[in-house]
Design a protein around this ligand. Structure first.
Ligand SMILES: O=C1CCCN[C@@H]1CCCn1cnc2cc(F)c(Cl)cc2c1=O
Ligand SMILES: [Mg+2]
Length: 490
């Protein structure tokens, strides 16, 4: 299309940087790693937020808001918790021309902001469970190459922080939230994900275990962590002395979870579904699902043109009434061709073309953005057809992405072919002994034997293929205890 000068399969990174601007999602900003989320992107974030917020409220989570500033003393409450994160903490050191006595950190995540107050608020078992969530921004001064939505120095997210009196309750909630993240990806973004458990090396070190939903980006062949739901165990309860008087009058530490998803979700969707003509939005998150474009021609009389406009306006009205988000583009300063290209770049799922001939035949044409298929329908059937197509397109986009994802996962039982598979943009399932050393070894070997970047474990899928007795780990030859998914990742 007019907007993109790089083809997706030519240079995926360059294509992506262009498509997020041509699709009117972001504008670049004069501070590296920071981006402006324009309304077309923000509306999509709101659809995800609306779904997730409604669902967590069903789970009796309450929203709140904590300050974005963290004192150094609190942030450094647990040295080893933050030592490897320290380089990415942003600090406020002065106001105006006056240095602050003590620098203040900008929240990179809110455990150290919230948990001193959890310790104050939770005194008795009657104060449990405590289930709080906040929708906010966080700042992490990343040094890896920034990528819009995928890796930025400030991003929007939700962070849930819950406290229970038993590990069993935590284990249940961790998976309830992870299922909501799976639905965000598979039901809203039409992106297939692999739910699983992070390895000891890849998990959140401050927690007990981390669960994740892992997506696959065909254009780069990389895996990408989609969202995380951690069981923190009692680690933070010990760190922040969050203890309570239990029903038997004894003292107990709480058990905690924390979970989050971010605006990265949108970037993953753009990468998975976009094409050489721009974004391709799943209807569930498309701010406009059907764009109506009347195509008057010069031979038409004024009253005929007027008639066309009235009918097109009527189409939008009845589409909206049927719950299809529609918009009329009857601007007279752009040609139909320009408009087709414009709305294709933005990824609008359906275009309704209404031309002079259609005026006589009482028809219009629906053009699908995902498959480019066109069909002519009677105007009185338009609304019903567009509603059906919203569901059909959503389903077809998901199925197509899942087929491509499944075709790009290979199984290997030895190191042979591992590098070739990575270089062929595949993810790799292998039998594994599940040790930190073996994961270090794969990282080292994949760095040494290829230039495309190291491989890491993405997750130990909850859906485990059969593991025959005596199966060996693909890298150490030790007895394998599970199947694990490897890949290069963002
Ligand atoms: O992933 C989530 C879901 C939502 C709530 N938080 C957890 C853990 C966050 C890990 N993490 C992630 N990044 C961090 C960056 C930092 F600079 C510091 Cl000081 C700490 C961290 C850090 O703890
Ligand atoms: Mg990080």
């Amino acid at each position: 299309g007019l907007g993109l000068s790089t083809k997706r399969d030519e240079d995926f990174g360059a294509w992506y940087s262009q498509v997020v601007v041509a699709g009117d999602l972001i504008d670049y900003y004069d501070i590296s790693g920071c981006y402006i989320l324009k309304p077309w992107a923000y509306a999509q974030w709101e659809y995800l937020k609306e779904f997730f917020d409604r669902e967590i409220k069903e789970l009796e989570v309450e929203n709140c808001y904590f300050p974005m500033f963290v004192s150094a003393s609190r942030l450094e409450a647990e040295k080893d918790h933050i030592e490897d994160f320290a380089p990415e903490v942003a600090w406020v050191t002065r106001s105006g021309n006056t240095d602050l006595e003590v620098p203040i950190a900008v929240r990179p995540t809110s455990e150290t902001v919230m948990y001193p107050h959890y310790a104050q608020w939770i005194r008795s078992h009657r104060d449990l469970p405590l289930r709080l969530n906040q929708w906010c921004n966080v700042v992490r001064w990343e040094f890896k190459h920034p990528t819009p939505f995928i890796r930025s120095r400030e991003f929007l997210w939700q962070e849930g922080h819950t406290a229970y009196s038993s590990k069993a309750e935590c284990d249940v909630e961790v998976r309830q939230i992870l299922e909501l993240y799976r639905r965000v990806y598979e039901e809203y973004l039409a992106v297939p994900v692999v739910p699983g458990k992070k390895s000891e090396k890849e998990k959140f070190a401050g927690g007990d275990y981390t669960t994740t939903v892992e997506a696959y980006v065909p254009g780069s062949g990389r895996g990408v962590q989609g969202a995380t739901s951690h069981c923190l165990g009692q680690n933070f309860a010990k760190m922040f002395n969050i203890e309570y008087e239990d029903a038997k009058g004894g003292r107990s530490l709480v058990w905690q979870n924390s979970w989050g998803f971010t605006t990265r979700t949108l970037g993953v969707m753009y990468m998975v579904h976009g094409d050489d003509d721009g974004l391709v939005l799943p209807p569930k998150v498309a701010p406009v699902q059907a764009i109506v474009i009347p195509i008057p021609n010069s031979k038409l009389s004024d009253e005929a043109k007027q008639k066309m406009d009235e009918i097109a306006t009527g189409m939008c009205k009845s589409l909206k009434a049927a719950g299809v988000r529609s918009k009329l583009d009857n601007r007279d300063n752009y040609t139909p061709g320009w408009k087709y290209n414009h709305w294709e770049l933005k990824g609008v799922p359906m275009r309704v073309e209404f031309g002079a001939r259609d005026l006589e035949t009482g028809t219009c044409v629906i053009a699908r953005r995902d498959t480019r298929e066109k069909e002519t329908v009677k105007i009185e059937d338009l609304t019903k057809r567009c509603s059906e197509l919203c569901e059909q397109i959503q389903k077809d986009m998901f199925e197509r992405a899942r087929k491509i994802r499944d075709e790009n996962i290979v199984s290997l039982t030895s190191w042979d072919g591992f590098i070739e598979a990575l270089d062929a943009k595949k993810l790799i399932m292998t039998p594994w002994c599940n040790t930190k050393d073996s994961e270090e070894l794969v990282k080292k070997k994949s760095t040494a034997e290829s230039t495309g970047g190291a491989a890491k474990t993405l997750c130990i899928p909850f859906e485990q293929p059969a593991l025959e007795a005596g199966t060996k780990c693909f890298i150490t030859g030790e007895p394998a205890t599970c199947w694990v998914l490897w890949g290069r990742s963002y």
